[in-house]
Ligand binder design. Structure first.
Ligand code: SDX
Length: 393
């Protein structure tokens, strides 16, 4: 090495890997999973189909899809001893902290996942267990936040219906899962399923590059996603919209706050490292928002504020010059709320959608035998200092 280091804080212009999974064009606002446009996948595919596509590279045949769904259904139960971890969390602890801990703890119950040289079959099972159990863990975290008893999976249901059944089901009577809700959830999970080398995916890759196990790598990705600048933005958007509503709905005032360099306030749900055009996912979610609220007969005042905020920001030179557009998080929270989820659960739902993408990226990194991630730095600290005894400092 010549010792020559290029400083690229935040890796804004650094390609960390070669990948064949997801293509996005930030200028044109294009997003494709394994070459298929997300518009078509969101409309025509199921989330489990898209998970298979991302992880194995092709859309499954009917037989492959049936087997994949069957395998996942067989692994929806979590080990009963895991409930001791659930019980250990204070009831109002943030769902993302619980999810990250619980996913990491899976290796305690499935120690075969710790072997970096698993056979192909063993690795497939490690993946299937995570896909099956994550939905159960997410629904149990929600039930616990309400102080309600958990609902066990019913494996006659497909993946999304089963998740909604465990989440909104009651012990006392059989809840009917509205197909409108199933379709909306399916679409949202697909739209969140992968997004090339974003912060949390890069985290999953770099943790996995040390030959660390899949569960701990995904747990690290969940932690990275938690941040309000990343997946946590969907919760922050609703909190921002509520604040604007409570403040009288003066959108112009808040847009000006977001422009004021002396004010740390940012318009959550706006801007993107790669998209310098409309986030294609935001377009689909915005349309779905209108459809679902109409179908469910819900009139959510924050939706009107969101639309006004978008209109004002998109005509403001500050946002136009910086190419700041609504991103995937801007409208998603409004749909989650319409489906009955509390704000604290929004980022956990993002993680549930992103899971197959994280797994696919981790698998590709391993199959390509990529080296351990270890960036360099430019040192700007002191060079030669002599120790001074304590009494002389
Ligand atoms: C996700 O990477 C991915 O793909 C992520 C994701 C995925 O699917 O995995 O798409 C999911 O995380 C979407 C982004 C969710 N985050 C937010 O909505 C939080 C609000 N947005 C930002 O903080 C910001 O836009 C980022 C974090 C998304 C991107 O930040 P960058 O690329 O580092 O850009 P920057 O902070 O350097 O901003 C560039 C300029 C700055 O102004 P100047 O210094 O040039 O004068 O734009 C301004 C920023 O101040 N700016 C904003 C703004 N976002 C950027 N000003 C006001 N409001 C905002 N939201």
């Amino acid at each position: 090495q010549s010792g020559f280091v290029t400083l690229d804080t935040g890796y804004k212009n650094t390609g960390a890997t070669k990948s064949a999974i997801t293509f996005l064009d930030g200028e044109k606002g294009i997003l494709k999973y394994r070459g298929y446009g997300i518009e078509e996948l969101a409309e025509k595919a199921s989330f489990v189909e898209v998970a298979y596509l991302l992880i194995y590279g092709n859309l499954p045949t009917e037989a492959q899809l049936a087997d994949f769904q069957h395998q996942i259904s067989r692994h929806t139960l979590v080990h009963e001893d895991m409930k001791k971890f659930f019980d250990g969390f204070p009831s109002k602890s943030h769902p993302m902290g619980q999810l990250s801990s619980l996913v990491c703890s899976l290796s305690s119950f499935y120690p075969e996942s710790l072997n970096p040289n698993q056979t192909k079959e063993e690795f497939e099972l490690t993946i299937i267990k995570l896909l099956g159990k994550m939905a159960t863990i997410v629904s149990w975290i929600y039930k616990k936040s309400l102080g309600h008893p958990v609902i066990y999976p019913k494996n006659k249901f497909d993946y999304v219906t089963n998740f909604l059944y465990m989440t909104f089901g009651q012990r006392t009577e059989d809840v009917v899962i509205d197909p409108v809700v199933v379709n909306a959830m399916n679409q949202l999970l697909i739209l969140h399923a992968d997004h090339e080398q974003n912060c949390s995916t890069s985290t999953v890759r770099i943790v996995g590059s040390s030959d660390c196990n899949l569960y701990a790598s995904i747990s690290a990705g969940i932690s990275a996603l938690w941040g309000p600048l990343h997946g946590g933005a969907n919760q922050a958007v609703i909190e921002m919209l509520e604040k604007i509503k409570d403040d009288g709905g003066d959108v112009d005032k808040w847009v000006n706050k977001a422009k004021d360099k002396n004010d740390s306030f940012r318009l959550m749900g706006f801007g993107h490292r790669v998209y310098k055009n409309f986030d294609p996912r935001a377009k689909i979610i915005k349309k779905a928002c209108d459809d679902i609220l109409e179908k469910l007969g819900i009139n959510d005042p924050v939706l009107e504020i969101a639309k006004k905020l978008e209109e004002v920001a998109l005509s403001d030179p500050y946002f136009v010059e910086r190419k700041l557009y609504p991103n995937v998080d801007f409208y998603s929270g409004i749909i989650y709320r319409a489906l009955g989820f509390p704000t604290e659960m929004f980022t956990v739902l993002f993680a549930l959608g992103r899971l197959p993408g994280w797994i696919a990226q981790w698998k590709e990194m391993r199959e390509n035998k990529e080296p351990i991630g270890r960036p360099r730095q430019i040192y700007v600290g002191e060079i030669n200092r002599n120790f001074v005894a304590l009494e002389k400092r």
